[in-house]
Structures are given as C-alpha cells and as structure tokens.
Design a protein around this ligand. Sequence first.
Ligand SMILES: [Zn+2]
Length: 428
Amino acid sequence: MRRTIDCSHMLSMEIHVKGPQDQSPTRQFVSSFATGERIDGLVVILSQNDLIFDNMHIHFLGEQSTSIPSNTPSKAHHQVIKLVQDIDPSTLPNPKVFQKGRRYNIPFSFEVPDYLPASSCPHSAHPLIKAAHLHPPPSIGEAAIAGFGGKLRDDLAPEGCKTVYSIYAKLERPNITTGLQETIIERILKVRIKPLAGDVPLPDVPLGSLADDYSLYQEGNIQDSKSKSPTGQLAVTLEQPECFWLPLRDPISLISKAVRLFFVYTPSNPQATLPVEPPDLKSLRAQIVATTLYTTKFDDTQPPPKQRNFFNRPINFRDAELPISIPSLPRLRWTRDETGVETGAGPSYTATLLVPVTLPMEKKLVPTFHSCLISRIYSLSFQLSVHGSSSTFRLRAPMQIAAERDPSALPSYNASVGVIGELNESDL
Ligand SMILES: [Zn+2]
C-alpha cells in the first residue's frame, strides 16, 4: 500500500520547465511541447529545517482517463507512457539531508517520443489499430492546459474524457517504525503535448459503423415550381478534403482549404423544345464536426461505435459542430454537356462549387488521433437546398487534421530508457 506523510509544511518543492525555445527554466502558465522535443527543467527544493530523505523520483507521465455516467457507470484509467529520470547523485545532498535554508536544483530531461512502447496498447489483434494507438495522443480534456501557446482554448472534449501529460516529482523516506518507504512530498506539473506527423498523416483505421455517418453523394428530383411536374434530376458529389495541416509553431496563420462540390443536372425530358434551366442554390450551410469517442473497455471494438441512451442522447461520444462561415450564397455556373445528345439521352449540365473551409481559430482542434480509450475524428458536412426540390441535400466527408513536423527532425523512439506501459481498468 502506498503511504504518504505530508512534509510540505517543512519544505517546498517546485517543478520548473524550460519552454521549447526558452533558455532559462521558468515556471510557466502552460508549457507546450511537440513529440520529438525535449522537456528540460529543474525540480527546486527549499527546506525550512534539516530534512532527511531516502529516494527522489522524477517521472514524465502520460495518462488517459474516461468515465461513462449511466445506470451502470464505468471508469477507466490507462498509463500511456512513463519515463523515469535517472537522477545524478551529485545533484542530491550527501548524506541525504536537505539542509535548512539551502536551495537544491535537481535537473531532469525527457524527450517526448514519437512512438509509444508496444506494451502500452493491448489491441494486438488489430495491427492497423495498434499502429495508430502507438502514436502519443495529444493532451485533451484538461481545461487548464488546453489551447495553443500561452492561450487557453476549448478543445471540445466531452466531460470525463482526458489525456494528461505531466512531470511528476516525489521524495520518499522510510517510516521510523515500519521501515516502509513513505512519500513525504509530491508535485505535479501538467504539460501540453502535441503529436506531430511526418509527410503523411496517420493511416486510416477502419471506422466500423462510424463510416455510416459519411455520405459523399446524393441525388434528388427537381420539379417545376408552378406545375410541380418533374423537370430533372440533380446529383451532388462532395470531394473528400485533403488533410488540414497545422503549421509548426505558428498559432496565427489561418488554415484554409477549398473543398469542391460537383453538381450534375439531367433534364427528364431531353426532347423538350423549350430550354431547360438547371436549378440554382437556395441555401448552403457547412460545418466541421469534431467527434470525440471514448470507451472504458480495452476489449471494445476500436474505435468504439457511437452509443445513445433511451432519449437519444450520446453516451460515449460528443459531436461538436463548428459552423463554417459562407459570406454570401454562391451561384452555380452551369456548363452544358452534349455527351449524352448523340446517344439520345439528351444534354446534361455540370457545375463545380469551390467552398473555402477555414479551421476556426477560437477553438483548439487537436490533430486527429486514435488511442486505446479515446479517439478524435473530424468530418466536414454540407446541407444545401435547391430551387425545385423540397428535400435537403446532406453530404458529409471524413476530414483529417494533422500537425506538421520539422522535416529535418528524426523520429524519436525513446526505447532505451525506462518506458513502461501499464493497464489499469476498473469498473465501478
Ligand atoms: Zn490500443
């Protein structure tokens, strides 16, 4: 059993980290690091009395926790990474007594790995899923550190769903009567971690039933507004957007991409003598949907399917909708296509619409990720209505967000130091 005897009234212990570009260790509001970067810092100890200790530990920890409140609530905790600092004995007092009024600086240095140890993911039966889970997930769900740079921003994580990285320091000494090690002081400093991707974004993992949310193509009948008789058929195709790359250390740039919608209108009566006008847009709405999915079971299908309760409310996911601003309703520029005329099918009309999609700056969109307990996926959805059709065209495509890495930096495996992955699942 872990024992603690609080000596924090007798000594102070603070964790100071250098920012990635800082030279001096300072205690910052939020320290943000990317995978492949080094977290250097000091544990500073100041004692008000002479204080005997036995062991000092400094760890870099990455932990996930999820909880699903329901009639049968369940919780899970998963340590994705634990790096152990080898403490230089010359930085500690000898004999092991912190002297009254003296300041002790104990340095640490951790490299945030690009890959987690294989032991941190139990999903060995699914190589693609395991490969995705061995990328460190980004910090998520901890409001005190969510954001970019010094700014705090909502990262759209549902409640009870967190990935937290921290520097953890503790001092121990043996109990006078039992001889067992007791913690006399411990401190935690949370740091923000952002995983970077290389030239290629993460591999696509099979999404199972989640893929049913996507629809890249829809057809609908068009009617004459007065007579209500059918005049033709409209088909709309949404082009799947390319990966949105978050630039390296640049919180200011707008991240934007033009996404295409293709329209084909086929008049129903090709022999009609009167010119057939293809329909125009009546409305166009678009949004990015940030979906966070989570589970408390390691043996669940990965990523877990969306579950809803009796009242159709989400149980294990949150769909956060972020509207995309479209300043004015665009006009479709139709081109007459004569290809079908020779075959007797008649002409058709085609149009392409380019919609600029900009990632919202006021929210923190963490890169797409899949991990043992939590996944974040994004999709881009459009709702459009056209003159002559009573139904709405709803299209939704998967979209990926990845963070750029410095092309000159080599991936870090960090396999040689004490990397431990532990599983710890508990149901309440
Ligand atoms: Zn896993």
